[in-house]
Design a protein around this ligand. Structure first.
Ligand code: ZN
Length: 500
């Protein structure tokens, strides 16, 4: 028999093949979203299917299982990164193997079909058209949860764990209860106050100038252009190929300068996370963010805690005014109030910093109820509207701008939404911990991101996927998820902004 270390080399080269196939898929995805010609889309979609099939075949091959078993038997002799690599691969292997392949393929087709029906249902605001598909998706997911070893507790926990390892209904309930008790009343209080003068939000801004400023701001906050690039797509996103190639997209609308600026900052937050992953993890399946929630905490920290603060703009507001002369009529103070305007609205993706997490809470309540069996698909539209009224004080006039607005459920993505709100909570908690070591606002005011990036690298970024979200949080902040930091941050900020 070969010495076991040779199996480690074999495992690594197997993983490299999987990673190469995944990167090839990601490159095609990047190309399709950033300007590939329309006529070639069908062929590319086919290629994605083939490459996806090949990487799953490698991951679930008997050879992979054999390698994992040998390495697991020697786990005490493995280097820490190799140990995590094996553990992570085993988790992925088990996830794929526990569900019968035929049923999984049927589920993928169901989701593809349901996605199309959802689009039509949304266009015509017809929930009844979509509900039979949603029922089938939920039924299938319930079956999968059992295949995956569900024994007790809330079955929804299995889905939460897919996006945020270790997350449970019990923990999330504490988090959302805090929002319900502290943020909902704040939103209702602000509704009675007058809004600041911020007509600059509706002005026209030349797109060429917007691009220039986007590039400037990405550089300003520390995005490394030697390990990345910025292109345009309808919906901005970040795509990482290990720490040395992390690309982002943003978008430009003449009548919406803020959307370009804050999308760029948001995606740079995601990208800086991956650019700062340890080089030792490059070329392994661990060279990515540890979870959806932690990833979102980095983008939201840059977008909101930094980007929507007064100190952030102090050193660069004059540059913004030079680029867009219309802003010379607005003081920095007015600009700051304008970019923090809060107003309850119907659509999650257009929501502001204060109200955003309440949109997520509506979805969390409903997902939890669906999987615990306390509500049925047919009850969703009515429950949705009731919760919107309760949390935000607005009621959709139809389901297109209500329960049908998001693509997620029609694509089988349940358990995904909470990570958006968790990102906000994590961000405030990290921010508080960073402030115990140095004044973050002083650094922002200097326009110097060196210390901030170093702190994030040391406590979060370098680890890639080698630490679980909670481990990372405790390591960086000294405690597990504590929603009070986020609630306190919002209370302080908006009480002062709106003179409450
Ligand atoms: Zn994001």
């Amino acid at each position: 028999m070969k010495p076991w270390r040779q199996y480690l080399d074999e495992f690594k080269s197997f993983s490299e093949r999987i990673l190469s196939l995944e990167y090839a898929q990601a490159l095609i995805h990047w190309d399709m979203n950033t300007g590939a010609p329309k006529k070639g889309m069908g062929e590319k979609a086919k290629m994605l299917g083939v490459l996806g099939g090949e990487s799953v075949k490698l991951l679930t091959s008997p050879k992979m299982n054999e390698l994992l078993e040998i390495l697991e038997a020697h786990k005490n002799s493995l280097e820490p990164n190799d140990f995590h690599h094996v553990k992570h691969t085993r988790k992925k292997y088990d996830q794929m193997m526990k569900i019968p392949q035929k049923e999984y393929e049927e589920y993928l087709s169901l989701c593809a079909e349901s996605n199309q029906v959802w689009e039509e249902a949304k266009t015509t605001s017809n929930f009844k058209l979509f509900s039979p598909y949603l029922k089938k998706i939920i039924e299938t997911l319930r079956k999968f949860i059992i295949y995956r070893g569900y024994q007790s507790g809330n079955p929804y926990n299995t889905l939460l764990d897919d996006y945020e390892e270790g997350m449970t209904v019990e923990k999330l309930d504490l988090f959302f209860n805090t929002l319900r008790e502290r943020i909902v009343p704040l939103v209702h209080k602000i509704r009675e106050k007058s809004q600041p003068e911020c007509s600059f939000l509706d002005e026209s801004y030349p797109i060429v100038k917007q691009k220039e400023f986007s590039n400037f701001i990405a550089k300003h906050i520390g995005y490394d252009f030697d390990a990345g690039m910025i292109k345009e797509s309808m919906h901005p996103f970040t795509l990482g190929f290990g720490p040395n190639d992390v690309r982002i997209t943003t978008h430009y609308h003449e009548k919406n300068l803020m959307s370009a600026i804050f999308s760029t900052i948001h995606e740079c937050g995601h990208a800086i996370y991956e650019q700062q992953i340890s080089q030792n993890l490059d070329g392994t399946l661990l060279a990515e963010g540890t979870s959806m929630g932690i990833h979102e905490s980095q983008s939201r920290m840059f977008e909101n805690l930094f980007g929507r603060s007064l100190d952030f703009w102090k050193p660069i507001y004059s540059k913004l005014q030079e680029s867009f002369s219309v802003l010379s009529n607005f003081s920095l103070e007015q600009f700051y109030k304008g970019i923090n305007l809060t107003k309850p609205s119907l659509i999650r993706i257009e929501a502001d910093e204060l109200t955003y997490s309440l949109h997520v809470m509506v979805r969390y309540d409903l997902e939890k109820a669906l999987f615990s069996g306390s509500c049925e698909v047919d009850d969703l539209p009515e429950l949705w509207n009731k919760k919107m009224e309760e949390y935000l004080g607005v009621v959709p006039e139809n389901d297109a701008v209500g329960v049908l607005q998001d693509v997620h459920w029609g694509s089988g993505l349940f358990g995904y939404f909470p990570s958006y709100a968790l990102g906000n909570a994590y961000a405030s908690q990290f921010f508080t911990a960073m402030n115990r070591e140095f004044s973050v606002f002083d650094e922002l005011e200097k326009g110097d991101f060196t210390k901030i990036k170093e702190w994030l690298k040391t406590h979060i970024h370098q680890y890639g996927k080698t630490k679980r979200p909670e481990e990372l949080l405790i390591g960086a902040t000294g405690e597990g998820l504590n929603p009070n930091y986020f609630a306190e941050y919002l209370e302080n900020k908006f009480t002062s902004l709106y003179n409450l």
